[in-house]
Design a protein. Sequence first.
Length: 287
Amino acid sequence: MTTVDEYNERCEQLFLAGGLGAVRRAARQGLDDVGPHADLYCWLAVAHASEDEDDHDTEAERAFRKGLALEADHLGLLAGYGELCLRSDAFEYPGRANRAVQLTRRLEELAPDSAENAQLQQAHRWAARSYWDDLRMAAARGAVKSQAVELQAGDVADALRTQNIQGARAQAAAATQAWPEDRRTAVLAATLEALSGPGNAPLRWIARHRGWVWAASVTLSALTGALLRLTGVVNGFGPWGLLWMLPMLAADARLSSIRKEGERAAVARLEERLSGAGEKAGTGAGA
């Protein structure tokens, strides 16, 4: 039978790979297999809470409470539950929000110098953020998303620099066979697959030249806005110049969607391997 430690390791690997749904499946399987355990409830709760949606927050709170009922001083459960409470809307969920004080106090009493307490204190600072902090974080998230698409487009450009789309697809598929759990390889394979065919030639071209096409779109947008003002067509700022950016926004959205599909495929392969390893270990132990 697979042990709690093995399920914990499985959940950790899946969490680091970004497979929140896979973490929840592994944690539930562990709970069914080895029975109620605080660590597994912690993984289940954190995987729900990381989705940052109301329904998932409700499930996360349920898992946190079940885990704390088994082990009231579990540092991970106290810190994770405290973060969830700090993030909750005090008007919509007053009971949940008020629990943050109690959880914080208990964690400070138990382990003031722990990583879990430092994590919760950071969550307190984040909860006290200003409007400008929110704007900066939104800008940072946008920058990270743009960098991910830029890396994806750069890999496509490199793959197509010396060969056609069919050859690049075959090479990417072979790389995926060699490194099935590598997210970047999986994203490239999924992107080339999605961009194959004559109907996707425009998007393929945009992906290969994304940097300067974006620069051209911004320049044309600014020039169009200035020209419309100079000719008196519009007074002040008008949105018409921004129309130049719509094709690029649509292309980036499509690439982002494909990237997520590739990442999910890599996580699915990791989950399959870990599950298979667990089953083999269980069979060996049973024998």
